[in-house]
Structures are given as C-alpha cells and as structure tokens.
Design a protein around this ligand. Structure first.
Ligand SMILES: Nc1ncnc2c1ncn2[C@@H]1O[C@H](COP(=O)(O)OP(=O)(O)O)[C@@H](O)[C@H]1O
Ligand SMILES: Cc1cn([C@H]2C[C@H](O)[C@@H](COP(=O)(O)O)O2)c(=O)[nH]c1=O
Ligand SMILES: [Zn+2]
Length: 191
C-alpha cells in the first residue's frame, strides 16, 4: 500500500491552538472552562494545567473570579505538559502568562500530534507590555479570542489591567484589592 508506514496527521483528530486573552476580570477562565466542559460532554480526554505558583483560590483547581472551577494539574515548567498531555485529546492551560518561553514550542509539538490546545492568559502586564509567552502563542494559534472586561473608572470596554497595589515587579499575584480593569484612556490617566 502506498504511504504505508509513513507517519501522517490523523485528519479526524486535527490538532490546533486556541488562545483566549484579555485583561483581568475579562472572563478568560470562564471561557476556558466553557470550552473544556463542552469537550468533556463530547467524551473527549481532557487534561488541564496551571502554573504551580498560582495558588490564589485553590492549589489544584482552576477557579474563575465567580468561583466556577475545574480540577487541574499544577506544574512548574511547560515541558511537563509534553509529558502529561501527550495521551490526551484536549489540553487546557490557564494563567499561561506565568509559564516559561518554551510554552509555544510545547503547544506546537502537541498540536502537530493532533491535540487541541486551549490556552488562557493575560496578553499584557500591568505596564501594558506583552506578557510572557502569550504574544508568541497568539502568533502561532489558529484561533485568538481577545476579550474585554468593564472599565472600573468609566464603564467602557477594558483592555488593560491597572495595578492599584504598590510594587513594580512583573509578577505580583492578586485580585480586586490589587488590580482593576481599565480602558486605554483611564489606564493612561495618571501617566
Ligand atoms: N470589571 C469587571 N468587568 C467584567 N467582569 C467582572 C468585573 N469585575 C468582576 N467581574 C466578574 O469576573 C468574571 C470573570 O472572571 P474570570 O473568568 O475569572 O476572568 P479572568 O480569568 O479574565 O480574570 C465576570 O463574569 C464577572 O462576574
Ligand atoms: C496585570 C498583572 C497581573 N498579575 C497577576 C494577578 C493575578 O494573580 C494574575 C491574573 O489573573 P486573572 O485570572 O487574569 O485575573 O496575574 C501579575 O502578576 N502581573 C501583572 O502585571
Ligand atoms: Zn475607562
């Protein structure tokens, strides 16, 4: 038979990368949970990962600001996703901005093997700069969903996360006490 033994992608399980991004409180985790739940309803094998450093609501669950949740595996480095996500059909990754620079390579490798990858994360840090591996993931993704929150100053659609707390380090975990979503105009008010 022609092509016998040649490794080809399974067209019935075509891999892809989806990115869900936006500021804090825009609904990234809710959208991730919605897509993963639908995959579970379709009886697909689903694995969910988050950075082990993100312990805000729960050590193992991915939890939205409205406290919807799904069980996940906390991991330290993106290479663990290659090991743990190879024998699954759908991989969900939350808080992807905190992962190392290898995450796009890891996602590409799994997608090429036929895995559907759904990544959620902040596209910008509190200074408005691209955050971690998210911009590269947006470039190589088949589908990018960029969503907005509600600006806490004027009520317009908010694209940015304004830091209320003191501290200039890029990574500073927090919730409403430390951050609020703002539109471009209100984000730049005190600059
Ligand atoms: N300023 C805001 N704009 C939009 N949603 C908000 C805001 N403040 C609180 N929320 C709540 O946050 C929920 C989204 O939470 P979540 O999915 O965890 O967001 P993200 O993962 O993007 O931070 C919304 O459904 C809403 O109930
Ligand atoms: C803007 C910004 C945010 N963070 C932290 C704050 C939260 O712990 C997470 C984002 O969570 P969400 O699910 O998107 O609400 O990231 C940070 O460390 N640095 C920043 O610049
Ligand atoms: Zn505004």
């Amino acid at each position: 038979m022609i092509n016998e033994g040649i490794e080809r992608p399974n067209i019935f399980q075509r891999g892809s990368i989806e990115v869900i991004c936006g500021p804090m409180f825009s609904g990234k985790t809710e959208e991730l949970l919605r897509r993963l739940r639908r995959a579970q309803i379709a009886k697909l094998k689903v694995e969910i990962f988050k950075p082990s450093t993100d312990t805000r609501y729960d050590a193992t669950a991915v939890v939205s600001h409205d406290l919807n949740s799904i069980q996940s595996t906390p991991i330290e480095t993106s290479s663990s996703i290659l090991l743990l996500g190879s024998n699954t059909q759908v991989v969900g990754i939350d808080e992807a901005q905190f992962f190392d620079d290898e995450l796009p390579v890891v996602c590409e490798a799994l997608a090429n093997k036929g895995v559907r990858i759904i990544v959620a994360g902040l596209d910008m840090d509190y200074t408005g700069k691209p955050f971690g591996p998210i911009p590269k993931l947006m470039a190589i993704a088949e589908f990018v969903t960029k969503i907005t929150a509600v600006c806490m100053v004027c009520g317009a659609p908010a694209s940015r996360s304004y830091r209320l707390a003191a501290g200039r380090e890029t990574v500073l975990l927090g919730e409403k006490e430390s951050y609020e979503p703002r539109c471009r105009v209100c984000f730049n008010l005190d600059k």
